[in-house]
Design a protein around this ligand. Sequence first.
Ligand code: PEP
Ligand code: MN
Length: 354
Amino acid sequence: MIVVTKSSITEERIAEIVAHIERAGVQAHVSRGTDRTVIGIIGKAEPTLAEHLRQMKGVEQVIKISKSYKLASRDFHPDDTIIEVKGVKIGGDQLVVMGGPCAVESPEQIDEIARLVKAAGAQVLRGGAFKPRTGPYSFQGIGVEGLKMMAEAGSKHGLLTITEVMTPEYVDVCAEYADILQVGTRNMQNFDLLRKLGTIRKPVLLKRGFSATYDEFLNAAEYILAGGNPNVMLCERGIRTFETYTRNTLDLAAIPVLQQLSHLPVISDPSHGTGRRELVEPMAKASVAAGANGLIIEMHTDPDNSMTGDGVQSLFPDQFARLMKELEQLGALVGRRFDTPKEPAERFAEWKVV
Ligand code: PEP
Ligand code: MN
């Protein structure tokens, strides 16, 4: 249930309504929007509560919400959520690009890639220290040492960092070193992990499970929000379909659908969404055209020798830099902007694609 207030309502009246809701033994969540304030109610309320609220001064409407997720829904929070991390805004009209390798491999590798990510104009360095691999004999990531290497490269080059956390026990150490924590597709319904992420305040990028519906995806986000962490972004990273040419099928419609259903920023991952380098650029552009708030893109200086199999979907640095430049122009057409250096592509003459 939500209570929509009149635009002229005072703070005292809002406090009275909240107190009334809490006396009924349920929770009230106040969302102050640009035009109106919405008070969302969570919990099982007596049927008479709606009637009482309707009669209170300052109340315009009381609407029953049938969705199973509440805090993640746009009904509860009509305005876009904008997450601010060290001055970088994620959400609203900002376009955020997170670039970097699938896995952190060495201090030299992550430092060089960070330099290139920054020079191309992106704001966030991605890199996995803990890798969720399909087989137990594959490279599993270099662990905490990798977190430290990435933190150092990020701070040296002025980039935020994002890294995947796979278990509740590692949330604290990942949060100590990284600015944003990523939940991978395989862990979207790892409810213990989601609950633990609800107890911190670091932003979480939640990837869509490769066979999750929108409803399941938003309920997974709800776990983190319900725990008290409002800083959640959703990431469409491709779903499993009958098609085998691409690694996954990037569900472009998910971008506007999630933005209609939810106020959380939506990030697209065209790297895992396609699994093919030559498709990353067109699908990155398509994602921005569809309204994405950001992209997470794999980029490697030596993709053929990357330690995970994801080199085949990693851009070369010059491709990444060119894409950034084009995204700036495209973003301007669809109301998305970000600051890129003037001529990033030219700085990458040394990185010719052969
Ligand atoms: C990754 O970002 O490297 C990754 C493993 O992603 P996903 O969970 O989407 O497969
Ligand atoms: Mn990867």
